[in-house]
Design a binder for this molecule. Structure first.
Ligand SMILES: Nc1ncnc2c1ncn2[C@@H]1O[C@H](COP(=O)(O)OP(=O)(O)O)[C@@H](O)[C@H]1O
Ligand SMILES: [Mg+2]
Length: 162
């Protein structure tokens, strides 16, 4: 698990922007963390790094929004309002196996529908400072961790085992 501390919204977007440069078709990113921690903000930075110019809106009500026109398509999902049964009906596998990058807010709510390989990012408050966040990042395969090593080298100051 690698940890990155960010000071504000701008830094969250910058981290996401840089991470996006390491992504390829079929990658799935799971975003965990309470409301207002920055999951949608992070996705905006990621989209910008992929060269997507459309405005990213939270898919809380639509569940899935698709953004084409960047280096890779972006499938932005927020599953807060559905359960695993509802998720089953979305046919997420087609997105995961497809030509783009999938980002899922509240992914742990649909655990049975998640793919085998993914990058997970957990957002937590750092302290009482309302804008500081700790992002805990991990790819769950060796291939992902190897691919992200350049990103880690650039941004990781602290590594932890939890
Ligand atoms: N470090 C930070 N990273 C991201 N957003 C931040 C940060 N500090 C403050 N914010 C604010 O917190 C809110 C995060 O909202 P959002 O990205 O929609 O969260 P989530 O999708 O996790 O519910 C925004 O209003 C943003 O301006
Ligand atoms: Mg959100």
């Amino acid at each position: 698990m690698k940890k990155i501390t960010v000071k504000n919204e701008k830094e969250t977007k910058e981290i996401a922007y840089h991470l996006s440069l390491y992504l390829k078709a079929g990658d799935v990113i799971l975003l965990e963390g309470d409301l207002g921690m920055g999951k949608t903000t992070f996705t905006k930075g990621l989209a910008s790094g992929l060269g997507i110019t459309r405005i990213i809106k939270s898919p809380t009500y639509t569940i899935i929004r698709e953004y084409l026109g960047g280096r890779l398509p972006l499938y932005h999902m927020d599953v807060y309002r559905i359960d695993e049964e509802g998720a089953e009906e979305l046919g997420l596998e087609e997105y995961f196996d497809g030509d783009g990058v999938s980002v899922i807010e509240w992914a742990s709510l649909i655990e049975s529908e998640l793919p085998e390989k993914y990058i997970s990012i957990r957002f937590e408050k750092f302290n009482m400072d309302t804008n500081m966040r700790v992002l805990s990042i991990e790819g769950n395969t060796e291939e992902l961790e190897d691919r992200l090593s350049g990103f880690y080298q650039q941004f990781i100051k602290e590594e932890s085992n939890d």
